[in-house]
Write a protein that binds this ligand. Sequence first.
Ligand code: HEC
Length: 229
Amino acid sequence: MNGIYLIISKLFPFVLSLSKDSERLFQDYRARQATKQTLRTRIFYVLTLFVAALVSCRQEMADQPNYRPLVESDFFADGRSARPAIAGTVARGQLREDEQFYTGRLGGEAAATFPFPVTRETLYHGQQRFDIFCSPCHDRVGNGQGMIVRRGFRAPPSLHIDRLRDSRPGYFFDVISRGFGTMPDYAEQIPPEDRWAIVAYIRALQLSQQAAVTDAPENEQRRLRESEP
Ligand code: HEC
């Protein structure tokens, strides 16, 4: 309705003057339009202020003097913008004071003991890790005839040869941590605690291949004798 009055007022001003009612309606319409406009203007100003405030915040932080990573610098004598860590700095969670636990060595020699007590859980965990990480080459018993070897990879020595039966736990830890000849290292894939669990399980495997039936508990012995081929 208001639109129509607007058009009429523009085109035929004399028509309006004929009707008092329509004139009142038209004035009312103009007044409401004006209110709307002031509201819009206000919102516009508030938004402009808000955006200006944001931009000025960004400005201060963006204009700080800083270097992009690895960029050259003539401020420091060595020409590098990045400062090397101060000698002896240890990143959070990277303190490796326990030589035996992290390197498998004690006083520079392969450790003859485990850094923590070996429990039944340790052995089960070691078995699971061994089957995942080592059995593809060493096979599940440790004879060195894993699936990858059967497909042509260099055969590792059996874990049951005298030399390896006499090797210290720390030596196996070292082989897993740093690799050996063709064998890659597993330092990235296997955390130290799991490496020790694997070593413990290798000890169990070695025992299993040399054990006599009489080594088993009494109640197990009969069962073993019956199942013997
Ligand atoms: C990709 C195959 C492969 C995997 C997986 C592998 N090994 Fe080996 N390993 C070898 C080969 C090959 C050798 C022999 C390397 C050589 O003589 O050059 C070897 C050698 C060894 C030796 C004997 C070192 C010595 O003094 O003769 C030990 C112990 C050993 N591996 C333990 C492990 C353990 C524990 C794992 C699992 C964490 C593992 N390996 C995983 C291939 C593998």
